[in-house]
Design a protein around this ligand. Sequence first.
Ligand SMILES: CC(C)(COP(=O)(O)OP(=O)(O)OC[C@H]1O[C@@H](n2cnc3c(N)ncnc32)[C@H](O)[C@@H]1OP(=O)(O)O)[C@@H](O)C(=O)NCCC(=O)NCCS
Length: 164
Amino acid sequence: MDDVTIKFICGDSKEREAILERANREWAEIIHSSSGASYAWDAIADANEDLLVLEAPDGKLLGALSFCTRYGDEKNIYVSRIGVIRERCGYGQRLMREVAKIAADKGQGVVALPTAEGQRLFCRIGMRFRQRAGSHEPEYAFTPNEARRFAEGRQMSRALSSQG
Ligand SMILES: CC(C)(COP(=O)(O)OP(=O)(O)OC[C@H]1O[C@@H](n2cnc3c(N)ncnc32)[C@H](O)[C@@H]1OP(=O)(O)O)[C@@H](O)C(=O)NCCC(=O)NCCS
């Protein structure tokens, strides 16, 4: 786990195209059966968003997270998609720590719109549950200070039972 690396790719680039080709090749057999691979593939393919790619020591792709800043809310980074091909190894948390670092460096918070599995992860790392403004949809958030604490490994993770 300590040997995994994360690449940051900003917007559209040749490097992103190359990673998409690798994802097509490496995940060909699991893309329809693994929701993690499918979310990660969508993250890589959306060139309108910035991207974090998680790689194993042998260079194999393990997962990805896409994020953006929304017009009118420059105070937050929005996590659009996160997926890993091998679950419960700490990879999801690793990707979230990296995006929190990026947010903390700019004095921003982090907002994530979850699936059920995402909800579990976001809750456990200490993000706060809230109702999205003008909607019944849930979202999870770190304030800028919380994002910094989590990025530095100082944020207390929260028990699932305290969610809500
Ligand atoms: C959501 C998702 C990205 C989480 O990633 P993950 O890598 O499994 O997350 P983590 O490993 O960091 O944490 C998951 C669990 O593994 C546990 N874990 C972490 N490291 C572990 C280890 N070395 N050994 C055993 N368990 C471990 C964590 O405690 C956590 O437990 P919990 O679910 O009981 O709270 C992943 O489940 C996924 O890709 N899901 C499908 C796509 C999806 O729904 N994406 C969310 C969109 S919002």
